[in-house]
Design a protein around this ligand. Structure first.
Ligand SMILES: NC(=O)c1ccc[n+]([C@@H]2O[C@H](COP(=O)([O-])OP(=O)(O)OC[C@H]3O[C@@H](n4cnc5c(N)ncnc54)[C@H](O)[C@@H]3O)[C@@H](O)[C@H]2O)c1
Length: 278
């Protein structure tokens, strides 16, 4: 195994009972709550969970497509109309997982919003709206934290597996947390907040066997981006060094599955940028 700074660790000595380690988990029979599950990356995640034999509660706004998506996916999927910033709404979604599917093992935070506004418009002598800034921070950071703090209460009731594992939280930051562009002050700050809270929350929850991992996606072809003109989409795709295209939401969902299955991923943010920027 290669550690940080390229140090090569010798293999660990075998201990009695090593063969019984929990290792790879299967999604079959697990139950997840997915915020923003009615669209884009969240929806692809819901579809992946259902396809792998798990059950899923879509936590999304009442105005979203959540009800029809859940209906299409069948009995192992339910819709909880909810705003991630509301304590009552999120409590209801967590209760729905328990009441309809018996438990809660996974929470994936995909609900998120963005604005694209410069800090100051000097032509119009107009500062960035403080209300817009606060709204993005509230939905993306407080909303993510609200889902985490309420979901883990339910996960803590699970019988631990042989590793002591009770559940997993997966958050969605963005490449903008590290490489924000013009007009992304609010969005980048909100995603940086999600990156920043990943490790302390993982440390808080480690004694209960609940892992926390944050995905920082690059550009993905979701309704968020599909609304842009074809020319802009092609331009954005060309900025990606390799592969030079927008990601498919199914590829994000595949990573969610890998994180759930692999108990050695915890307290981390990835994959981040394709390579280091100087
Ligand atoms: N698409 C990309 O290229 C990309 C890149 C990096 C990060 N992300 C992040 O991934 C996440 C998903 O993005 P997407 O592209 O799938 O967007 P999307 O707009 O397709 O889906 C977002 C979903 O979140 C829901 N939502 C918004 N506010 C909510 C609230 N207050 N309560 C509950 N649900 C709410 C929306 O109704 C929608 O269904 C977001 O956090 C986004 O910032 C996306």
């Amino acid at each position: 195994m290669i550690g940080r700074r390229g140090v090569v660790f010798p293999p660990l000595p075998r201990r009695p009972g090593d063969g019984k380690m929990a290792a790879i988990r299967s999604l079959k029979g697990l139950v997840g709550v997915i915020s923003g599950g009615a669209s884009g990356l969240g929806r692809a995640t819901v579809e992946r969970l259902i396809g792998q034999g798990a059950s899923a509660v879509i936590l999304d706004l009442p105005s979203s497509e959540g009800a029809s998506v859940a209906k299409t996916l069948g009995d192992r999927c339910a819709f909880a109309p909810a705003d991630v910033t509301s304590e009552t709404d999120v409590r209801n979604a967590v209760s729905m997982a328990k009441e309809q599917f018996g438990r809660l093992d996974i929470a994936v935070n995909c609900a998120g919003i963005a604005v694209a506004v410069k800090t100051y418009n000097f032509k119009k002598d107009l500062p960035h709206s403080l209300e817009d800034f606060q709204r993005v921070i509230n939905v993306n950071i407080a909303g993510t934290f609200n889902v985490i703090r309420l979901a883990v209460g339910e996960m803590g009731k699970n019988e631990p597996d042989s590793d002591g594992h009770r559940g997993v939280i997966i958050n969605t930051a963005s490449v903008a947390a590290f490489d924000g562009q013009v007009g992304q002050a609010a969005y980048s700050a909100s995603k940086g907040g999600i990156v920043g809270m990943t490790l302390p929350i993982a440390r808080d929850l480690a004694p209960m066997g609940i892992r926390v991992v944050t995905i920082a996606p690059g550009l993905f072809a979701t309704p968020l981006l599909a609304g842009l003109p074809e020319k802009v989409q092609t331009f954005l795709a060309r900025q990606v060094p390799f592969p030079s295209r927008l990601g498919n939401p199914a590829e994000y969902a595949h990573l969610v599955q890998a994180i759930v299955e692999n108990p050695m991923l915890n307290g981390q943010v990835g994959p981040g940028l394709p390579f280091d920027h100087d």
